[in-house]
Design a protein around this ligand. Structure first.
Ligand SMILES: *[C@@H]1O[C@H](CO)[C@@H](O)[C@H](O)[C@H]1NC(C)=O
Ligand SMILES: *[C@@H]1O[C@H](CO)[C@@H](O)[C@H](O)[C@H]1NC(C)=O
Length: 264
């Protein structure tokens, strides 16, 4: 009995003493402050994350609410809408804040202005009526840019989302148009590869000039583009056999078989 109990005591001592020694060695090696430091850094990171960039929870916004987040009040985040999606762009205050060059996007959904570049009065509208498929595709690309670069904070009730947050017919139409636009852009790329663009130069003395290293310069319409983007035509080079194609325009004042043309 006595021996067994002594043995047990010894075992217990052994276990307890070694288990006491191990953590103390562990602490000496790793340093007792290390874990504390990591926790402190995590807390700081979390506080910064929530205080500076993610003050707002996702929700349904009304246009009237959104208006207050226009960058005027520096204590409020800055929000913008595009196609009814609302983003917190506070970290881009230099652009979107008061006096910033994109301040007109703040506190509203001015979807159309991303394409039209018209930042005055009625230009600041979310209507995309009359835009081409490719232009709508560019708007969807802008929305993706905001999704990647800033924080999504919800939906704006109105043109693109209804009062219960469901997407409207206008949004579905926009997505469908953008899909067509994407196809047209691919087609446009393929066409542009087939008919290479002209070289061009411009100087104050001599004015502008376009030329082809091989073939003849012609003005051609860009596939699917409308005048709003201001790039509805380009100069491309065609071989002699291709010159009969429809829609090719000879530069004014240029001989049809000249490889260099003056442009005004
Ligand atoms: C901009 O937001 C402020 C509040 O932050 C508000 O008082 C003001 O009316 C807003 N301006 C416009 C043009 O909506
Ligand atoms: C902007 O849009 C408004 C309304 O459609 C129009 O009256 C104005 O002329 C446009 N401004 C520019 C610079 O295109």
């Amino acid at each position: 009995m006595a021996i067994r109990s002594r043995k047990k005591d010894a075992n217990e001592e052994g276990v307890s003493s070694s288990s006491e020694r191990r953590p103390s060695r562990y602490e000496e090696e790793r340093g007792p402050g290390c874990l504390g430091l990591v926790i402190a850094l995590c807390v700081v990171a979390i506080v910064l994350y929530f205080s500076s960039e993610r003050v707002l929870r996702k929700k349904l916004w009304t246009a009237t609410e959104l208006m207050n987040y226009n960058g005027t009040d520096e204590n409020l985040p800055i929000l913008l809408g595009i196609l009814g999606s609302v983003y917190d762009v506070t970290k881009g205050r230099t652009y979107y804040g008061k006096g910033g060059s994109y301040n007109h996007f703040a506190g509203r959904d001015a979807t159309r202005a991303f394409i039209s570049g018209n930042f005055s009065g009625e230009g600041l509208t979310d209507s995309i009526i009359g835009l081409s498929n490719i232009e709508v595709k560019r708007l969807i690309d802008w929305r993706s840019f905001y999704s990647k670069t800033y924080f999504y904070v919800g939906k704006l009730v109105g043109t693109y989302y209804d009062a219960s947050g469901k997407e409207t017919k206008a949004l579905r139409n926009a997505e469908a148009k953008a899909k067509l636009g994407e196809k047209q852009l691919k087609h446009q790329d393929a066409v542009e590869k087939k008919y290479p663009s002209c070289n061009s130069r411009w100087s104050q003395q001599d004015g502008g000039e376009v030329w082809c290293d091989s073939g003849y310069p012609r003005l051609v319409g860009k596939v699917g583009e409308l005048p709003m983007s201001g790039q509805s035509k380009r100069c491309a080079c065609f071989t002699r056999e291709q010159l009969g194609k429809a829609g090719l325009e000879v530069y004014a004042g240029c001989d049809p078989l000249q490889s260099t043309c003056k442009v005004s």
